[in-house]
Every structure is written in C-alpha cells, then in structure tokens.
Ligand binder design. Structure first.
Ligand code: ARG
Length: 273
C-alpha cells in the first residue's frame, strides 16, 4: 500500500512537472508569437491609375513604370509589404478618402486643394504641363487653346491648367477618365489638343511617331508642380514612408531608377531643397 502511494505521489509529481514544462513552453511560444505580431508590419494596399506612361501603365498584364519602381524601393526601405492595384484615377481619390487603401502613387500633384482632404509625402518629381496637338495646328502658346476643342483627364491638374486659360465652364473642354483616352480622342479628331503633364506628353509624342503630333509647353501659363505619395488625412504611414522616400532620394536609389526610365540625371537638389 505504501509502495502504491509513493508511486501515485511520484506520478502526480511527474505529471505536475510535465504540465509546468508544457506551460513554460506555451508561455514562451506566446511571448515570441506576440513579438512577431508587433514587429510584423501590415501589407499596405496601394492604388494607382495605370494609364499614364511612363509613370504607370499596363504592360502584358502588369503595372509598370517609374512610380512602380520607386514605390518598390520606398517600401523596401521602410520594410513594408504591399499590393499595388490599378484602381483608376477618380476611384483612387474615393478609395483613399474611404480608407479602403493606404496610399496612392500615380504621378499625383501635391496642391493646396488636395491637401485639404489628403496627406502627402515629400515631393519626388517636378512636372509642368504641355499641350499636345496635331501637327500643323499652329499652336505656339497656351493662349492658342482659346476656341479649340481640348481634351483633359478628368480631375487632373491638366484640367485645371486648361481651365485657367479658357475658363472653368468652357464647353470646349472634354474630360476623359484617363489621359490615354484623351489621346485616343485626339487621334479620332474629337479634340484638337490635349493638356497633360510634360513627361507624359513627351512620351506619347515619342511612342506614336505615326500620330503626327507635336507638344509645346508655355512657362508663362503653366506652373511647375511636384508629385507626392498621397495618403488618407491623418494616415499613420505618411511619416514612415516619407522618411523612406527621402532616404531613397538621398542614397542614390532614386537616381538609379530615374536614370533607367529617363536616361538622364535627376535634379535631386530641386527635390530636397
Ligand atoms: N499630375 C497630374 C495630377 O495630379 C496628373 C496625374 C495623372 N496620373 C495618372 N496616373 N493618371 O492631377
């Protein structure tokens, strides 16, 4: 009987030890599990309008462009995973406002109007506007937009620039969902000129030699502006990604990407000023 009892005590002791060991392991697991969750950053949802070559456009089913490569560099620097989706231009603003996505990269101009509803990173690209028109239309300055049919992408600063010249309610301005569609409208003869960002205008002219178009700028009428990453107002990611963008601009990665897409050196000082 005594022997039996000691066996029982021993068994209880062993069982107790086992439970302790098991609990110990569990607590450890729990702790390291918690650690990983706090260290792990969320997968950020990024939106764009991929009809704006060379900044973002579709190529064999993939979104490519200068912005796409820059985004990858910034996310790597900041340590975030992300998914980039081609949501379209107007939906991009709505999705950000609804906080369905975390940020937008889409050659988005930083301006006071937008700053009222969104937050921006530091600037990453300087731009101005150009007028693209059918060769021989004889447009030499922005003033020549008066009285002709103009195509713009709806809700862009190109629309603002055209409206500044011919008036906000001009019936001569046709607004398209994408800049690519505005170019199609010009090729079809629906509009005679397109006002858009200078690099996009130059790219279209270069890539469509058969379209017989020209592009001019007008520094008197068109201001310089800067692109930034755009966030919902009060976003917790603005500072982090802005800092990463600055690092990427300062450490030469930006210059590499810029060289790849534009074949020349960027004016980094103009960005960092
Ligand atoms: N920079 C201009 C703006 O912010 C045009 C941008 C259009 N971008 C695009 N991906 N469609 O209004």
């Amino acid at each position: 009987m005594k022997k039996n009892l000691s066996y029982i005590y021993l068994s209880i002791l062993l069982a107790g030890l086992l439970v302790l060991v098991a609990c110990g392991t569990n607590t450890d697991d729990g702790a390291s599990g918690d650690d990983t969750t706090t260290d792990e950053k969320p997968v950020l949802q990024v939106g764009t309008d991929a009809a704006f070559a060379p900044f973002e456009y579709m190529e064999t089913g993939e979104i490519v462009g200068f912005d796409v490569d820059l985004l990858a560099a910034v996310m790597e620097e900041a340590g975030y995973d992300y998914e980039l989706e081609n949501v379209g231009w107007d939906p991009l603003f709505a999705s950000l406002q609804a906080e369905d996505i975390d940020l937008g990269i889409s050659a988005i101009t930083i301006n006071d109007d937008r700053k009222e509803s969104y937050d921006f990173s530091v600037p990453y690209f300087e731009s101005t506007h150009m007028i693209v028109f059918n060769e021989g239309a004889g447009i030499t300055s922005a003033a020549d937009l008066e009285g002709i049919k103009i195509g713009v992408q709806n809700g862009t600063t190109g629309e603002d620039a055209a409206e500044k010249v011919v008036g906000e309610n001009s019936s001569n301005i046709s607004k398209y969902d994408t800049t690519a569609l505005a170019f199609v409208a010009m090729a079809n003869g629906d509009v005679e000129a397109v006002v858009t960002d200078n690099v996009v205008a130059a790219e279209y002219t270069k890539n469509n030699p058969d379209a017989n178009v020209e592009a001019i700028t007008d520094t008197e009428s068109f201001d310089s502006e800067f692109y930034g990453l755009m966030f919902p107002k009060g976003s917790e990611y603005t500072d982090d990604l802005s800092a990463a963008l600055t690092t990427v601009i300062e450490n030469g990665t930006y210059e590499e990407i810029y060289q790849e897409w534009f074949g020349k050196e960027p004016d980094v000082d103009a960005l960092l000023n």
